[in-house]
Design a protein around this ligand. Structure first.
Ligand SMILES: [Zn+2]
Length: 231
């Protein structure tokens, strides 16, 4: 089975929204705590409001808005299952033969990262459901793979070294890129988020931008985040 795993990542979950509950189907073996956490996270995402967005965000999601985010997700993902995603350190994955479905691992509830970061993982996986775009398969990170300070690039989720791993993207619009666009825009434009949520979104967005290895794509993204979309 071809799995597109959120590489070396880990997650957790919380709450409840009757809207999310109605729209997402959970397999019967999804643990109540996991389901609860997913629903809480979607209740939060639906609360986000802004009338702004960068042009790339506008293109992928529309404005920074909870209804846009929820509709975007539920157009792609209809159900949630449990799987090991082929790795002890995976958090979530898409299995290509099962369309419109994401799979969660037990790491999802054992993952100590901010809620907005957790959500970005789910959005990363939802992007992988797009069969019409080759499921946005990842590129291999370079070997060696170092930052501007000469340090080895590591996963913010687990600390695993990224060099040579299929944990990078060329395009700005794949799973890493779209999750980065999501995070950076929430960090900049959300009017209903706390400063902590915005700071978390910006921090994880900056980290995930590091997964974009094509210099031109990366440069375009950095420029995009500085330009508000104007209607
Ligand atoms: Zn991925």
């Amino acid at each position: 089975m071809k799995r597109l795993t959120f590489f070396f990542s880990v997650l957790t979950f919380l709450t409840f929204s009757s809207f999310a509950h109605a729209a997402l189907q959970f397999d019967s073996n999804v643990q109540p705590a996991l389901k609860q956490q997913i629903l809480e996270d979607f209740a939060f995402i639906q609360s986000i409001k802004s009338t702004q967005a960068s042009p790339m965000h506008q293109k992928v999601f529309g404005t920074v808005d909870g209804t846009n985010y929820f509709n975007w997700f539920t157009k792609r993902v209809f159900s949630v299952g449990i799987d090991d995603c082929g790795s002890a350190s995976a958090v979530a994955c898409v299995i290509v033969m099962y369309a419109n479905k994401i799979w969660m691992t037990k790491n999802y509830t054992q993952f100590n990262h901010p809620q907005i970061a957790r959500l970005s993982v789910i959005y990363h996986e939802a992007r992988h459901t797009e069969a019409q775009n080759g499921n946005w398969s990842h590129a291999s990170c370079p070997t060696p793979y170092r930052n501007a300070q000469g340090q080895d690039m590591k996963s913010i989720w687990t600390g695993a070294l990224l060099a040579g791993k299929p944990a990078c993207d060329i395009t700005a619009f794949g799973s890493y890129g779209s999750a980065t666009i999501f995070l950076k825009n929430i960090g900049k434009y959300c009017t209903t988020c706390t400063d902590k949520v915005k700071a978390d979104a910006d921090l994880y967005g900056s980290d995930q931008l590091g997964r974009i290895i094509d210099p031109k794509s990366k440069k375009n993204m950095i420029a995009d985040f500085a330009i508000p979309y104007k209607k």
